[in-house]
Design a protein around this ligand. Structure first.
Ligand code: GDP
Ligand code: MN
Length: 400
């Protein structure tokens, strides 16, 4: 689960992260009041969407215009910026061409910037450890730094048995060319990020930029956090930070039914049991030259209702131009799958070609249910056959 910048800053502040005074607003009038309350010579108006690159982005109705991070010299300026940004679509290199509608703004005190650093914590799957990534080249996309000057990216793994040690923080501070009071400030920043990461079961904490001010203090000017969905049950307080506007509606519906579903950009909807088989199915669709529209594992002993819900989600996805069902009935019975497919298709309507490959428990009964359903279903004998058939069917429809 991802959260907004202002929410991440509030959480991190609770762990001692230095952040500036700010207010979240949902209207230009609120922006005016917030800018007055914060005061100072400059406030910054920041679009709150679950995507980075806002500063360098642009609004759909103003292609050559300003981005989603704007400096305002007066409360009136802040109000005007809010008028321009709210309910408009912000396009950044992370949103894709469709962009995201801005519904909230963060009004924050201005900051005097001497240097912009990069800092993030994430789980390195290869070592199974939390890794600190830091760079002197903050404020820009870290992917670009990694591609152009990989030597300017510093990495430091944290031993889970020892935790973050002060010496690691000080060593990193020195490698970031920090001096004097900035070294202790960096230790505080890193400890706050680490404590937040571990206690909230985060998947990523990213501060870009981490700013060094003229007086040598450090400030988290931007913050991104995302959490491990499998650990969210341990943090009911995080659930209220969820912004459903920012989530894929297909994934939201799937989560309601306890399904493992990831929305993708392709055209072939997949319904499979078992994560390994689901991945193999996606691979073989790609090998046949098409792209999967989703990853969907209906799980082991799923009920007829759950399978029907899964099939409905795939059916109702407007990007889907063909569906491949690939079930190996072990604990899962093929007749239950067949009944669920028939029920969901009757209810939602089957508007695209459907290829079904069933194997295992009660396969004959399953095939019988499908062939007597009156639905136009293309049977397949194995996975390769199924992938070839669905790709051929989708391409035939495309030409017609
Ligand atoms: P992002 O583009 O989505 O990553 O949004 P950021 O919060 O990182 O803002 C982008 C850039 O705006 C930062 O790298 C800063 O250079 C600049 N910026 C943000 N806040 C301030 C501020 O208070 N003063 C100044 N001068 N620049 C700021
Ligand atoms: Mn940023």
């Amino acid at each position: 689960m991802n959260i907004h910048e202002y929410q991440a800053k509030a959480l991190l502040k609770g762990f001692g992260m230095p952040v500036l005074d700010g207010r979240v607003v949902r209207s230009p009038d609120e922006a005016l009041v917030a800018a007055r309350t914060i005061g100072g010579p400059i406030v910054v108006v920041k679009a709150q969407i679950h995507a980075g690159g806002r500063g360098a982005g642009h609004f759909a109705d103003d292609p050559g215009g300003k981005g989603g991070v704007r400096l305002a010299r007066t409360p009136d300026d802040a109000q005007q910026a809010a008028v321009a940004m709210l309910d408009s679509t912000l396009i950044t290199r992370q949103t894709g061409p469709a962009g995201r509608i801005v519904r909230r703004l963060y009004i924050e005190a201005g900051c005097e910037i001497a240097r912009e650093l990069y800092l993030s914590l994430l789980v390195d799957r290869a070592t199974g450890r939390i890794v600190i990534v830091a760079s002197q080249d903050g404020g820009m996309a870290i992917e670009d730094v990694a591609a152009a000057t990989p030597e300017r990216i510093l990495k430091e793994a944290i031993d889970p048995a020892i935790g973050l040690s002060d010496y690691q923080a000080r060593t990193l501070a020195a490698r970031l060319d920090l001096h004097g009071r900035s070294i202790r400030a960096f230790t505080t920043v890193l400890r706050a990020a680490y404590e937040a990461f571990v206690s909230l079961d985060a998947a990523i904490v990213e501060i870009n930029p981490l700013v060094v001010t003229g007086s040598g203090d450090l400030v988290a000017l931007d913050a991104k956090m995302s959490f491990d969905d499998n650990a969210l049950f341990r943090h009911p307080e995080l659930e209220e930070l969820r912004d459903e506007n920012e989530e894929d509606p297909r994934e939201r519906e799937a989560a309601r039914h306890g399904l493992a579903y990831v929305g993708l950009d392709g055209t072939i909807g997949c319904m499979v049991n078992g994560a390994g088989l689901a991945m193999a199915t996606m691979d073989i669709i790609k090998m046949e030259g098409e792209e999967p529209a989703n990853f969907l594992d209906v799980g082991g002993g799923a009920s007829r209702e759950r399978v029907a819900a899964a099939f409905r989600i795939v059916l109702s996805d407007q990007k889907v131009r063909g569906i491949l069902v690939n079930i190996f009935g072990g604990i899962m019975r093929c007749d239950i799958i067949a009944e669920a497919i028939v029920a969901a298709s009757r209810e939602t309507g089957l508007r695209v070609p459907l290829v079904v490959r069933l194997a295992g428990t009660n396969v004959e009964r399953g095939e019988e249910i499908l062939s007597h359903s009156g639905l136009k279903i293309i049977p397949a004998s194995d996975l390769g056959d199924a992938a070839r058939k669905i790709v051929a069917a989708v391409r035939a429809e495309g030409v017609a």
